[in-house]
Ligand binder design. Sequence first.
Ligand SMILES: [Zn+2]
Length: 281
Amino acid sequence: MGNDILSRRLEWRKKEERKKKLLTGVFAALVVVLVFVVIWAGTEISKIRKNAQGAGNGQAAVTAESETAESAETGAQTEESGVVMGAEDADGAAAAEDGAWMLILVNKDHPIPEGYTVPAFTELRNGNRVDSRIYPDLQNMFDDMRREGLRPGITSSFRTHADQQSMMDQKIKEYENAGNSHEDAVKLAEEWVALPGTSEHELGLSVDISSEDRDTQSPDRIWSWLNENCWKYGFVQRYPENKTDITGIIHEPWHYRYVGKAAAKEMTEKGLVLEEYLETR
Ligand SMILES: [Zn+2]
């Protein structure tokens, strides 16, 4: 009898232990699953946040004072020419045709290729648009400038042919209002504004960068930072002071052109403008 009770009790205890083990196992599995879910959700959320931030900053990047834009633009003419490719990697690992778009040359002698269209735009906060392919690097550049206490703003980016034409018309009017004949006004305007179809801005790969607020921060600080660092983000100062005879464009410290990181690095190291760089290829 006693043995019977004892063995039953043992049996019961074993059952209890098995139950416990089972429960522990289930609980452990649940914990593992929960941990995975939390990690996964965390990654997703941070991805979403990053995207949202990117968008927000992008817009912030583009707080432009249209006045500054205009005054900066007064000097802006643009150009470009042939199509060459640039390797994204320093090693030149990227396939040639992958980079062709970055090195399109537009200048007086090289109008925008017939039928050229920007594949996709990213709109910045103040309504400026850029070719979406340059946006991540542009955003990083602006983020890094801000981290150093600079407050840059984009005063001009993509322009349609019509935009460029109306800039030209406006400039001609200004000269006419100043008392010049129409003919002279046209000539004078063409010294300052690129002929429609020959402005790099029509590619969506160029941005004019100034100070977000000229009263509180001189654009010189921004331009000198850009001069030193823009190549790291794939940009070059397109119309430097000592190359006006080659570019045919006055010194424009505010005009930056995306050419990709490999080309920007090489052009900066060798002191070449796009026209020269393309000839070496
Ligand atoms: Zn410009």
